[in-house]
Ligand binder design. Structure first.
Ligand SMILES: [Zn+2]
Ligand SMILES: [Zn+2]
Length: 120
């Protein structure tokens, strides 16, 4: 196992489990983003330079979560790191993500994988 960097000020390092988690392994986790409620993959090490094969692995797991959430052929990867530019993460956004965040209840954590449950 390589060095995993951790920054205690960083929200993504904190990895709080509030929303639905689609997937987790030693490289990354995939969960609904607390801000935009779309699937987001987060590297488990604080930094912006995962290996190419790790990037490919993470984007593949994120795409799986996107397909699981929205169906085949809906939405696309968004690799721009707007809020937290110093920790590698990526979103999978469907075309309605901007409006849906106001109209749909956020998901809640119910273990990794399994059925996606909304906050009631
Ligand atoms: Zn987000
Ligand atoms: Zn971090």
């Amino acid at each position: 196992m390589k060095n995993v960097l951790f920054d205690e000020q960083c929200e993504l390092c904190e990895a709080a489990r509030f929303t639905h988690w689609y997937y987790e392994d030693e490289v990354c986790w995939v969960a609904d983003c607390e801000a935009c409620s779309t699937p987001m993959v987060v590297w488990k090490s604080h930094g912006t330079t995962p290996e190419t094969d790790e990037v490919n692995w993470m984007l593949a797991r994120l795409t799986e979560a996107g397909v699981c959430r929205f169906g085949h052929g809906v939405g696309s990867l968004d690799r721009i790191m707007r809020q937290i530019p110093d920790h590698f993460h990526a979103h999978f956004r469907d075309p309605h993500w901007l409006s849906r965040r106001w109209t749909e209840a956020p998901s809640q954590y119910s273990g990794v994988g399994g059925e996606r449950q909304l906050l009631t």
